[in-house]
Design a binder for this molecule. Structure first.
Ligand SMILES: Nc1ncnc2c1ncn2[C@@H]1O[C@H](COP(=O)(O)OP(=O)(O)O)[C@@H](O)[C@H]1O
Ligand SMILES: N[C@@H](CCC(=O)OP(=O)(O)O)C(=O)O
Length: 374
């Protein structure tokens, strides 16, 4: 298990900075708060470590530039704010790192980019190339084109997927709280900081609750979820306060700052990580109890015989959610048959497929190599 002390031996980090921190609670981009982070990030980079920065704040900076005091509700206004604010973000980062002799690169990603296997692999190669060149990639969601139902929405998830992409050892989520508390410190003055936990510890869900801050989108729920996604590539997550003396440097020295969430399992293959990161499935299949047990306890492939219902219009090779009888998602995978075929073969053993469909594509509905448990 990765302990605090081992953090000092890690060489590849993703650092995410939230909106509230960067923009003085919505008053606009605060260049002064950027300077100390830039110092610490530059020191790591110049020391030969890889580091990708994921920065929120485009919407908040856009709002400040336009003199808007409330986050707009209409998507096109939010997108306009993000487009305006992103200019400020890249300018600030470029200035900051140029002073320290480093190049920056703007990388704007959408969920669709990471859902498409080819674009995902392209994004990965580009990020790797940038790191090899010693450049600091500055990542944000491409808010201008992201449609509502297809947004990351919060940059915690985006940062976790970037950590998967480059197989980072550490994901640092810098925010406006000291870390994850056992309840929301805004409402409970007795709340206590959680120092270190395994990511799959169920008490984390209770602690994170549901409340987000006023400016950011996610709150702690998305940070815990992000830590779990990141753990799939063996990445440990530190949630810590961005304002403070030498936060990144001290985390890098293994000091007990913020909350450390450590992976509880061996890293998955890159393909399974990609699958787990697919936030939207094209359809879903409902499994009977036997199939749920087979997947969970024996890690088998999903056979049509264990499927009770099919929903959605999916094609062969698309991502489908596997749910239990109560509708709870237990796995996700790339299905070998389209929605119509699946409806016809569900409940049937593979030996009957040829008779029903006139052909057999694969004996498994979802092969275990293409299936990830959630
Ligand atoms: N258990 C908790 N511990 C700490 N903060 C919490 C907790 N539950 C909810 N929060 C809220 O989450 C907020 C941070 O999330 P968010 O506003 O999305 O920040 P960011 O912009 O940094 O992503 C905190 O300001 C805090 O009010
Ligand atoms: N892409 C958006 C970030 C969305 C967001 O609010 O993220 P966060 O503050 O990290 O919860 C922006 O730049 O404003």
């Amino acid at each position: 298990m990765l302990t605090r002390a081992k953090l000092s031996r890690t060489r590849c980090w993703v650092v995410k900075i939230g909106s509230a921190l960067l923009t003085r609670n919505g008053q606009g981009l605060d260049r002064h708060v950027l300077e100390p982070w830039a110092d610490q990030i530059a020191a790591r980079r110049i020391g030969g470590d890889d580091l990708v920065l994921v920065s929120s704040g485009a919407v908040a900076e856009g709002m400040a530039r336009m003199g808007w005091t409330r986050r707009p509700r209409a998507l096109h206004e939010l997108q306009a704010a993000a487009a305006i604010g992103q200019m400020g973000l890249v300018r600030a980062y470029e200035d900051c790192f140029a002073k320290r002799g480093l190049h920056t690169a703007q990388v704007l990603l959408t969920r669709e980019d990471l859902a498409d296997r080819r674009r995902y692999l392209n994004a990965r190669s580009t990020l790797r190339a940038l790191l090899k060149l010693g450049v600091i990639p500055v990542v944000n969601e491409n808010d201008t084109v992201a449609t509502d139902e297809l947004r990351f929405g919060d940059n915690d998830t985006l940062a976790a997927l970037v950590a998967n992409l480059i197989e980072a050892e550490v994901l640092v989520l810098l925010t406006d709280q000291e870390g994850l508390f056992d309840s929301d410190p805004r409402f409970n003055s007795e709340a206590r900081l959680i120092g270190e936990r395994r990511v799959d510890d169920s008490s984390l869900d209770l602690a994170a609750g549901e409340s987000a801050g006023g400016l950011g989108r996610g709150g702690m729920v998305t940070k815990v979820r992000a830590a779990r996604l990141a753990a799939r590539s063996g990445t440990a997550t530190v949630i810590a306060a961005g304002i403070g003396d030498q936060v990144l440097t001290r985390i890098g020295h293994g000091e007990p700052i913020g909350t450390l969430l450590v992976p509880s399992q061996e890293p998955q293959t890159a393909r399974k990580q990609w699958l787990a990161g697919q936030l939207q499935a094209r359809g879903r299949v409902t499994l009977d109890d036997g199939a749920v047990r087979a997947l969970r306890e024996r890690g088998t492939s999903l056979l049509a015989v264990g499927v009770r219902a099919v929903e959605g219009r999916f094609k062969r090779g698309e991502v489908v959610a596997c749910v239990d009888a109560t509708g709870r998602q237990i796995a996700r995978g790339l299905i070998n048959y389209d929605a119509d075929e699946t409806a016809r073969i569900m409940g049937q053993p593979s030996a009957h497929f040829e008779e029903i469909l006139g052909y057999l594509v694969e004996p498994e509905l979802i092969h275990r190599d293409n299936l990830v448990l959630l």
